[in-house]
Design a protein. Structure first.
Length: 205
């Protein structure tokens, strides 16, 4: 089965630029996601605030998210990852978080996670460099170099469909344990208002 590569962390070769297999973790079956992006998915509802107690994260989405978990590999680390995701009005929303053994591992782990995600989404530069992002530190998050927000057009080779992607990586300390976070919105066309509401609504205590 194929799925959007929201949490790819193992660096393995993907079947498509916006699909993943193996330990990366699955968010939704590709066929269902493509139906959603074609306008067959749930319509936009009222935005709701979600308090994710396990990770300390607070975020807003226009749909009811479902939670899942999967281990991911980030460089030399393999860590448990939790995710919440849902889709509405032609867009998929997902947030994910993983604990780290030590605060000193934050920068490397964020870099590996971001690189794997961007490769899977087809957003790497031709020379292999990471695309330029802008600093974005959610309320309550750590101010670290890897706290970045990136957007661009990805492409799914299976469906031959372009998808707009906006993603954010950041870190925080939750109950004395460092955690890294990833948030992403996919849509067939840019949805700047929805992306702004989603990204700006991400915060920690």
């Amino acid at each position: 089965m194929h799925s959007f590569p929201v949490v790819g962390g193992d660096g393995q070769r993907r079947v498509s630029r916006l699909s993943g297999t193996g330990r990366a973790g699955h968010v939704a079956v590709l066929a269902a996601a493509l139906l959603m992006l074609a306008g067959c998915g749930p319509k936009k509802g009222e935005w709701r605030e979600v308090q994710w107690d396990e990770t300390g994260l607070r975020f807003q989405v226009p749909c009811k998210p479902k939670e899942s978990d999967k281990p991911i590999t980030l460089g030399v680390l393999t860590v448990p990852m939790q995710m919440q995701s849902c889709h509405a009005d032609g867009a998929m929303y997902a947030v994910a978080s993983a604990p780290l053994p030590d605060l000193s591992q934050v920068d490397d782990a964020l870099t590996h996670w971001r690189q794997s995600n961007l490769q899977a989404m087809g957003l790497m530069e031709e020379d292999g460099a990471l695309p330029a992002g802008r600093t974005h530190v959610p309320t309550g998050a750590l101010t670290v170099p890897g706290s970045l927000r990136v957007q661009g057009m990805g492409h799914d080779r299976v469906s031959d469909q372009a998808l707009h992607v906006e993603a954010l990586w950041f870190a925080a300390v939750r109950q004395q344990q460092p955690r890294i976070y990833y948030a992403v919105i996919y849509s067939a066309e840019p949805q700047p208002a929805a992306a702004k509401a989603f990204m700006d609504g991400i915060a920690l205590p």
